[in-house]
Design a protein around this ligand. Structure first.
Ligand SMILES: [Fe+2]
Length: 250
C-alpha cells in the first residue's frame, strides 16, 4: 500500500506541526498497512524560492529519517515490531501561470522519478492552464499526477478544458476520504458518487490520504480502499496499486 499524497513532514506547511505529530501520523500509516509514504509538502512559487523550499524540506525529512531509524532499530529487537514505511520526498506544487516553461520543475518531482504532483487552480480552468499542462508533459517530459481532482470539479462551469486535460496522459489522484460515505443533510454522497464514477471511467488513477494531522485530516487510506473494494471490487485497487508503482518506478 502506497500513500502518494501526504503532509507528514514537520513544520513546513499546514500539515504536521512537529516531529511528535509526524511520528504519530507515520505510525498510523504503518498500522493501516502503508509501506511507502510520499511526503508532498505544499509548494507555492509566489511564497518561496525552490531552493529555500528544498532546503527546508530536506531539513524536515532528515528529522523524520533520524526518528525512523531509531524506531526501526527498536522494532528489530521487539517481537511485535513493525517495519516503518519508507518515505519518499516530493511536493504538492500549486499551479502558476507559465509553469510549463519553468526549468526547475524537475527538482520538485518525487525523488528518483520524473513525476510531479500538481495542484490545480480552484477556479475555472482556461486555455492557459491547458497549455501549461501540455508543456509540462510534452516539453519537459514529466509525468503529471493531478492532486485531488474531485476538489476542482465544482469550479468547472465550462467543462471543455477539464475534458481536454483528462484526454491528455495525466494521472488523476483522488483523496481516500472522498470515497467515504457522508451523512450530511445536503450533498449526501455527492462527492463519493463522482469519485466512484470517475474511477470507473479512468482506471489509471492514484490514491492518497492527503493527511495533514491526526484529527481533522488523518491518514485514512485503508478506510478509503475498503470503500472502493466494496463498491467496485478488489480489481479497482489492483489497478490503482499498479499505476502507483509504475509512476514511482517501484
Ligand atoms: Fe495536499
Amino acid at each position: 500500500m502506497i500513500d502518494f499524497h501526504t503532509h507528514v513532514l514537520p513544520g513546513i506547511d499546514d500539515g504536521s506541526s512537529d516531529l511528535t505529530m509526524s511520528a504519530g501520523m507515520i505510525r498510523e500509516e504503518c498500522s493501516q498497512g502503508t509501506r511507502v509514504i510520499v511526503a508532498t509538502p505544499h509548494f507555492y512559487a509566489d511564497r518561496m524560492s525552490i531552493d529555500r523550499f528544498l532546503a527546508r524540506r530536506d531539513e524536515a525529512f532528515q528529522q523524520v529519517e533520524a526518528w525512523r531509524r531509531e524506531e526501526s532499530a527498536l522494532a528489530d529487537t521487539a517481537a511485535d515490531g513493525m517495519e516503518m514505511p519508507q518515505i519518499l520526498t516530493g511536493a504538492e506544487v500549486y499551479y502558476f501561470q507559465g509553469m510549463g516553461r519553468a526549468n526547475a520543475l524537475p527538482d520538485l518531482c518525487v525523488s528518483g522519478t520524473d513525476t510531479i504532483l500538481l495542484e490545480m487552480p480552484f477556479s475555472q480552468w482556461d486555455k492557459g492552464v491547458l497549455r501549461d499542462v501540455e508543456d509540462i508533459l510534452h516539453r519537459q517530459k514529466l509525468t503529471i499526477v493531478l492532486a485531488h481532482i474531485e476538489r476542482y470539479i465544482e469550479f468547472q462551469k465550462d467543462k471543455s478544458v477539464w475534458e481536454e486535460i483528462f484526454d491528455l496522459p495525466v494521472i488523476p489522484q483522488i483523496n481516500a476520504g472522498s470515497f467515504r460515505k457522508r451523512s450530511g443533510l445536503f450533498r449526501r454522497d455527492h462527492r463519493r458518487k463522482f469519485c466512484l464514477h470517475f474511477l470507473e471511467e479512468h482506471p489509471r488513477l492514484i490514491l492518497g490520504s492527503d493527511a495533514h494531522n491526526l484529527t481533522s485530516r488523518p491518514p485514512n487510506l485503508k478506510a478509503g480502499r475498503e470503500e472502493i473494494a466494496s463498491a467496485l471490487g478488489e480489481d479497482a485497487l489492483h489497478r490503482i496499486d499498479e499505476t502507483t508503482r509504475e509512476v514511482l518506478g517501484l
